[in-house]
Design a protein around this ligand. Sequence first.
Ligand SMILES: [Zn+2]
Length: 270
Amino acid sequence: MLYDAHCHLDFPVFDIDREEVLQRAKLAGVNTIILAATTAATWPRLLNLVESSSLPSLLPSFLPSPQLYACLGLHPLFIDKHQPEDLTQLKEQLLTSPKVIALGEIGIDLHSPKLKAQEAKQWRFFDAQLTLAKELDLPVVIHVRQAMDLVIQRLRRFQLPQGGLLHAFSGSQQQAEQLVELGFKIGLGGGITYPRANKLRQIAQKLPLTAFLLETDSPDMPLNGLQGQRNEPAKVALVAETLAELRKTSLEKLLPVLYSSLLKTFSRLG
Ligand SMILES: [Zn+2]
């Protein structure tokens, strides 16, 4: 019932031990791992990984191996790499790749002067991908930094039929509630394990449990106490434990709700 709704297991930093990383995820009880894309140049590698059947089969055979799925899209952090023709290719892949379940990750990132300088191009690609999601009736996985209200306004205008996931959420409670109203889930990851992340931890306690999905954003977003280390999908178990503690409930009660939210958000799963 445990899953990682957002990670980057295709990144080269996992090349040396990806099998072991997957073994550890399996032992932690993770049964579904969703990989998010960054640039068109890396889509083939990502698709190859999620479609390959060479997943770990060594350790306890009574545990199912995690199933890998992909989001495909053009990530705002790599805005200087994206070309208009990538959008044509994106549509084709979304229509033909069986393990692609959403558009992602897409969004707006204005946290540096360099990214701010490309804001207009970011919006062009974001709008084009939101249009595509609407046309193909697919959910989207969104990355936002320093632009939450603008993105919420945009989503309100688009009214996506399938909503999606606002990954690595770090906004206010009001923004989280607005996103939920628009059909989005709030992605909770390593951030909630930091005692000083008061705002985020309060949101994790106050919104209905159905508002959330679990994620790691591996190899990024390390958990409290693991700063400076590569993050990995198995660690989503600790995110789930923290959420259970914050909400004063048990994993037995928490996980079925969070898993059913995953299936509702990404209808191409299962
Ligand atoms: Zn990501």
